[in-house]
Design a protein. Structure first.
Length: 130
């Protein structure tokens, strides 16, 4: 048995999927390709490069409260990573538009320039120069 192709999607729970979608469109050129309503939630499906990001509101059965914060603490997905064609330019654009939590890594384990940024809802995102 083997995996065919890349991952299918990354999925996040958000209080404001529209704000997340706007942020990903602004910086990564994503687009909303579907809007779904599974089990009492609203889900936006975004095309991001060749991948898919699903962003949905909590379902009533999730039992999330405001006290849980924007991201659950502890175990789970730490971050995801995109390869970008002009990382220096993207970081400059992000800084000019209010993204302040940027950690540049001039020497990444891949041998390329990389950075971690804080996306919407405190989402850690890694970016690597193509």
């Amino acid at each position: 048995m083997a995996i065919v192709g890349a991952f299918h999607h990354v999925h996040m729970i958000s209080r404001d999927p529209d704000r997340v979608a706007d942020w990903f469109e602004r910086f990564f050129g994503s687009e909303i390709v579907a809007e779904q309503f599974p089990a009492g939630a609203r889900n936006l499906v975004l095309r991001v490069g060749e991948g898919t990001l699903s962003v949905r509101t909590p379902r009533p059965s999730d039992g999330l409260t405001e006290a849980d914060g924007p991201r659950p603490k502890g175990y789970g997905i730490h971050h995801f990573c995109f390869v970008v064609d002009d990382l220096q330019g993207l970081l400059a654009d992000m800084r000019a538009n209010g993204v302040t939590n940027i950690q540049e890594m001039p020497v990444h384990v891949s041998g390329k320039f990389a950075a971690f940024i804080e996306g919407p809802e405190e989402m850690p995102i890694e970016l690597i120069q193509a």
